[in-house]
Design a protein around this ligand. Sequence first.
Ligand SMILES: [Zn+2]
Length: 435
Amino acid sequence: MFWVDIWCGNSLLKLEFPRLFRLAKLKNEMVFDYSNNSGFSKVKWEDLFIRLLLDRELGILSRLTKRVKSVVLVPDLVDHLIWAHDNKREFSMKKLANLLIEGEGDGINFTFDKIWKLKVPPRVRNFLWMLVINRVPTKDFLVKRGVHLRNIMNVCPWCEREQERVDHLFFKCNFIVGFWRRIFNWWEVGWKMVSGFEEFYSLCFNVKLHGTSKSLWLIAIAASCWSVWLATNKMVFERKVLSMDTLKFHSKTRALLWVRFSFDECMVQERLWWLSPFKCRFDSRPVTLGWCYPPHGWLKFNISGMATEEAMGCGGVLRDEEENVRALFSGPCDAIDADSAELGAIITALDVIIEIGWRGTALIIVEIGSLVAYNWLLNKDRRPWSQQTTFADMEMRLACVGEVAFSKAKQHSNEIAETLASAGINRRVMFKAWW
Ligand SMILES: [Zn+2]
């Protein structure tokens, strides 16, 4: 921005020319808006102030114009932010923390500290930080910086009415307000309208939750913000429309994965997670239980099928040898009981592998929860007649995928798959994702 960013010399023009800044009509304009893409030669400076300048002020103005004209603007180049405190010009949380400790970051308030301590992936922390300082590259932000968005309207993709500004996109849009109400309801926390991130974050931070529950809640909030952002980009750039249900599901799943990653020592009762997470107790996980790493060079797909009296669901999670999640799915399943739902889960897992494009290239273990289904897989004679077509479908896919081994999951080592399966029961369509 012209007055309040460092873009010309080493300080803010606002601080260097305070008198002119006070008189400026528009204080948050972009450099682009002033220069009109033609350098500063055609600017009618006298129109930019609330009144005619006095002689002394004209003197100051000529110093300002001399200064800005010394900067060469490259109109075709997309602007990007650089981090002035780092030699490589890259933003880093560590450096920012040091600056804060040294007391150089007086303008940055306490929110930073709370965000920095969140147990979420670093790029999500960076993203939240961008939200705090209003630097998230929304369409509105990009257009103001002179980026030409071809064929993309500068409106909020959710309601297609308002401009896509950060406060609208994340907090004020009717659709998003509905989303936050549901997320807050999920934790039985009261929602109230907020005007921006500061207010939103203090609302979230001041809820009456304590200890681990509070950390989990904040992770869920971070996951929801991140999911809104990813969904927005999907809608804008890939024209994929996400329903409220899917957005909520993405947020909950993402949060659960982050919780599992950060609270390894705790066992979150995952079934409770989907309904009322604040009721989860946090028992210590016995050391010998839990997910087992696949052999070197293999990936492991944990799958599960679940049944209630009315409906069946299946779910699965693919992890590499470092326990990174690479794919997951969750959705309804056409089956007659839990064991046949397990077969449906295997078929969906194979479909995911084929869709990712790994056929023939990866070594994959499919780990299943049901002993009955496992015995069917090992022993062709035991397969019930009613399942013959399902097995034929499976064989066809197995022939495409390449090397697949089956194993039976030990107790407690198949939890995420089970959770995804029980969540799948209530879903209308199959959700699949990989990265
Ligand atoms: Zn909107």
